[in-house]
Design a protein around this ligand. Structure first.
Ligand code: 6PG
Length: 246
């Protein structure tokens, strides 16, 4: 099977209108814990629309010691860094302009994709990421791991060059290996459009049979020994079954 160990994700539906602030508070707490325990925090950021307000809120938490934080990316679109579709640009405008991390390690966008993937793999090193922030698309993709993608079968590489069915097509993404080796993975999902897919991905957590395959990449993210958190707004969490009392 795909997962020898199964740690069920920890699902939180955040209070109305407090999604960004509550998510930022939780992320800041986990970052602080990591800094306290290990002296640093290796953080990976994602793209998409959902994280921007969370990043802005995170950038406003000035109790955080950013000089102990190394910033990586969970995926990137192979476009120039000033392109509106660039995940680097998104993170810069919403967060990195506000804080000064010890290191900012963007995914390379000007190399041939295969070379860019090996280059980033070297930059990442073998040490697990402490906190990986992820989103999920309505099709169940996460990072740039899309349904049916060959990159889902890559068990060895830590970073893969891949193609998205939607533009920009050329992408780099952390692989399932890297995501599942992380100490903590945090899904940030907001909006009613995602509600049905959230319910599909989390169905096993609420007692449904655990059928996981390449059609639902987000369901394949289950850190082997780390934590997996789902932070949802009320709309995204609206189709979850109510948890039966144990
Ligand atoms: C990317 C992202 C991607 C994103 C989802 C959700 O670079 O495209 O990392 O995985 O998280 O597509 O995006 P939204 O938050 O915009 O719905």
């Amino acid at each position: 099977g795909l997962a020898m160990t199964r740690v069920e994700p920890d699902v939180h539906v955040l209070g109305p209108d407090r999604f960004a602030a509550s998510a930022a508070t939780r992320i800041a707490q986990m970052m602080a814990e990591s800094i306290q325990t290990r002296g640093s925090c290796r953080l990976a950021l994602s793209g998409g629309n959902t994280p921007a307000p969370v990043y802005r809120a995170l950038g406003g938490r000035d109790e955080l010691d950013w000089s102990a934080v190394d910033v990586f990316w969970s995926d990137e679109r192979l476009v120039p860094r000033d392109d509106p579709a660039s995940n680097f640009r998104l993170a810069t405008e919403s967060l990195l302009q506000l804080v000064q991390p010890r290191q900012v390690v963007p995914m390379p966008v000007d190399l041939e994709p295969g070379e860019a993937a090996s280059d980033y793999e070297r930059a990442l090193g073998a040490e697990p990421l402490d906190i990986v922030l992820l989103g999920m698309g309505t099709d169940g993709h996460t990072a740039s791991l899309f349904p049916g993608s060959e990159a889902l079968d890559d068990r060895d590489a830590r970073v893969a060059a891949t193609r998205a069915p939607v533009p920009p097509h050329a992408r780099l993404t952390l692989t399932l290996r890297t995501l599942n080796e992380a100490r903590t993975v945090v899904f940030l999902v907001a909006g009613a459009a995602k509600a049905a897919r959230v319910a599909d991905v989390l169905a096993p957590t609420f007692g449904a049979p655990d059928v996981r395959d390449a059609r639902l990449p987000a369901a394949l993210v289950r850190p082997a020994s780390g934590r997996c958190l789902w932070l949802l707004d009320a709309a995204a969490g609206s189709r979850l079954p109510r948890k039966e009392p144990a």
